[in-house]
Design a protein around this ligand. Structure first.
Ligand code: DC
Length: 241
């Protein structure tokens, strides 16, 4: 009969090690859909870090804080309690115990989230939360955002940077929002370009590709093709560790 120590040793040899996957990139590249599917297929947890910045923004708006007042945002950053559920089949986000998954997707939050996420105190609070969630994921986790490979989890096992042309990103995002016609796509494109420029040019941990990230251009790929590409990259990494 095996001893507990032998059993633990066998389990450690047979169970795949927890794997941390960082997926960054601008809006409309298919990051969320891809990340959720990759996490589901590989039995990993999933964290949408954009939802956390949106939840912080929603809390600021709901509490009457002027999001252009950097000092006020910085002072309030530690107040809301953000909780993210990391099941890729049912990711959740609550703020002070209230479900925020609907309100964080409103145009008002979308237009204000870049200002809030540029405040260093906001980033410090949310980055710490993200690291603790990643550390406690039992089998590993797919974390998607803008600064995951560069700042939040620089030691991630696999780093991906998803990209696509502004036209493709706008067409996808416009479809998600139910917008139709060339004018709707163009308005979405202008809003995306503006938000990406703000996210890429902020001083603290901007949207950026890590030097050791694999860049995948999704412009000409279907969602299924991107998922397969990423699952293969993670499996290859797991096979070598
Ligand atoms: O992925 P998203 O569109 O829901 O993200 C909303 C905003 O949150 C995005 O415009 C920038 C910010 N964000 C960030 O600054 N850092 C991250 N890791 C994720 C999102």
């Amino acid at each position: 009969m095996s001893t507990p120590v032998e059993n633990a040793a066998t389990a450690a040899r047979t169970a795949p090690a927890a794997v941390i996957v960082a997926i960054d990139g601008p809006s409309g590249t298919g990051k969320s859909s891809t990340s959720k599917a990759v996490a589901s297929q590989l039995g990993l947890s999933f964290l949408d870090t954009g939802a956390q910045y949106r939840a912080m923004t929603w809390w600021m708006i709901s509490n009457g804080i002027d999001v252009t007042d950097t000092a006020a945002v910085a002072t309030a950053a530690g107040k809301p309690v953000l909780v993210s559920g990391t099941d890729p089949a049912d990711p959740t986000i609550t703020v002070d115990g209230v479900d925020a998954s609907g309100p964080i997707r409103t145009p008002e939050v979308t237009s204000k989230v870049s200002a809030v996420s540029a405040v260093p105190e906001v980033r410090a609070v949310i980055t710490e939360l993200q690291r603790s969630i990643a550390r406690s994921a039992p089998n590993g986790i797919v974390v998607e955002g803008r600064d995951i490979g560069t700042t939040v989890l620089p030691d991630a096992d696999v780093k991906i940077f998803l990209n696509a042309s502004a036209e493709a990103r706008a067409a996808r995002r416009s479809g998600e929002l139910g917008g139709k016609g060339a004018a709707a796509v163009d308005a979405t494109k202008q809003a995306l370009i503006k938000r990406d420029a703000a996210d890429s040019s902020r001083k603290v941990s901007p949207l950026a590709k890590a030097d050791d990230a694999v860049e995948v251009d999704t412009t000409e790929l279907t969602l299924q093709q991107v998922i397969e590409c990423l699952v293969t990259l993670v499996e290859e990494k797991r096979a070598t560790t």
